[in-house]
Design a protein around this ligand. Structure first.
Ligand code: ADP
Ligand code: MG
Length: 425
């Protein structure tokens, strides 16, 4: 139900070289950008290129992430990544999509303007909750889904989960449900989940409890976040304590998550600087195995059931999981509120430190290509971990681990030519 918007965006892209889709999380920016890129990309000689930025946590890394996202040759040692980009894009006629720019707005604006100045055939489509900068770009505010499209989305999604044969009353209730959800596709998807166990009338009753109708003229009314927030609160309440803990703990990842890595941050005991590996193992057993691999798998399953965790095919090492940014943020709030942020981030850091050192040790042996490939998947997480260890106020063990990572990655930066990234820090 976005044909009109796709057309608008394509037209705007023909007129403006930098267009940003804005709107609250879950309104459908990414989805619209995907569709518009498919259409608008057809008109560009070299098509469209997609670069996902949600997992890039530092502005320094941005140009490297774009180089990687475009599949360009590694940055040669004598060039800055930006010059390398400009060189590669100079003769191309391409639509470059940067998805999820909000947390790097200023850096994205700088890079975008540099690219626009120094190339002639590059156009940029970005998605961001907020504009990249005042007057930096042409803005397009992604509108909420109209009522009919919302209802269609609700019934389609509900039909995927169980048979939908609604009476006239059911349909009226479903319409009322839709009106409470602000036309936010993500909120609608969560509501559709609930229709497996509840009739539309029952769903409406429960939404009424959660979402007091916003009175007309209320200055807070335009706050479209509310319905999504209410749906996330509801999902959270329906989760078992183990699922809630996993949701919170997985929020420390940047990018996709492997089962092994999930297990590393999932443990119940606190990470202690002086706890040797053997002691930590004993403690885990002492908790009665509540944080063991079977319980983890159960919790992962549950989060997938709630649509809170999404699955990717992954690599040779197994499936990988991802979270939508809005869902991740909710988890991060919970984690911080529960006072577990430090512990989870430290576990995340130590896990990726061990991975990097492990690869480093095995680098001289066989299977280099596979090692490199796996590391490439984990790079956003490794960078995120390193930033944590290098932040002001990090403990000595954390700092030490981050430096271990930097040292362990020397060969990677050499092997892939992204030497600048290592020395920038
Ligand atoms: N027009 C649409 N029809 C069906 N589903 C949609 C539509 N727009 C968005 N969605 C779904 O809603 C969710 C949130 O959309 P997304 O594009 O990720 O939002 P944003 O990027 O604004 O946070 C996704 O699961 C997406 O598949
Ligand atoms: Mg998005």
């Amino acid at each position: 139900g976005r044909a009109r918007e796709v057309e608008d965006v394509s037209r705007l892209l023909a007129e403006h070289r930098l267009l940003t889709l804005t709107g609250v999380g879950g309104v459908g920016k990414t989805r619209l950008a995907q569709r518009a890129a498919r259409t608008a990309g057809l008109l560009m000689r070299d098509g469209a290129c997609w670069v996902e930025l949600a997992e890039v946590t530092s502005p320094d890394v941005l140009p490297y992430a774009v180089v990687e996202g475009l599949g360009l040759a590694p940055v040669p040692p004598h060039l800055t990544p930006t010059d390398h980009l400009i060189g590669a894009l100079h003769h191309r006629e391409v639509l470059l999509v940067l998805d999820n720019c909000e947390h790097l707005a200023a850096a994205c604006a700088r890079l975008a303007h540099l690219l626009l100045d120094r190339t002639t055939g590059v156009r940029l489509l970005t998605t961001s909750r907020l504009p990249l900068g005042p007057g930096a770009e042409r803005l397009y505010v992604v509108p909420p889904l109209p009522e009919d499209a919302s209802l269609a989305l609700l019934t389609d999604r509900a039909a995927l989960l169980s048979e939908v044969s609604w009476s006239r009353d059911d349909l009226a209730h479903a319409r009322a449900v839709i009106r409470r959800l602000d036309g936010l596709p993500l909120a609608i998807e969560f509501a559709a989940r609930r229709l497996r166990a509840l009739s539309p009338g029952q769903l409406l009753d429960r939404l009424d409890e959660r979402l007091p109708l916003l009175s007309k003229g209320d200055p807070v009314a335009p706050e479209r976040h509310r319905s999504l927030r209410a749906m996330l609160d509801w999902s959270h309440q329906l989760c078992t304590p183990a699922q809630q803990r996993l949701w919170a703990r997985l929020s420390v990842f940047a990018g996709s998550i492997s089962l092994d890595a999930a297990h590393a941050v999932w443990a119940e005991d606190r990470w202690k600087e002086d706890a040797g590996k053997e002691d930590a193992g004993k403690e885990e057993r002492a908790t009665g195995g509540r944080s063991g691999p079977e319980e983890l798998l159960d919790a992962v399953d549950g989060l997938i059931d709630h649509s809170l965790l999404l699955t990717e095919p992954g690599d040779g090492a197994g499936r990988r999981y991802t979270m939508l940014e809005t869902v991740r943020e909710y988890g991060r709030d919970q984690l911080a509120r529960g006072g577990d942020l430090e512990d989870a981030r430290t576990r995340h850091l130590m896990w990726f430190r061990d991975r990097v050192l492990d690869v480093h040790d095995r680098w001289a042996g066989p299977g280099q290509a596979e090692l490199l490939e796996r590391l490439r998947h984990d790079l956003p997480n490794i960078r995120h971990a390193m930033e944590y260890g290098l932040r002001d106020g990090a403990g000595p063990a954390q700092t030490h681990a981050a430096l271990d990572i930097a040292r362990g990655l020397q060969w990677y930066w050499t092997a892939t030519g992204t030497a600048g990234e290592g020395t920038d820090r």
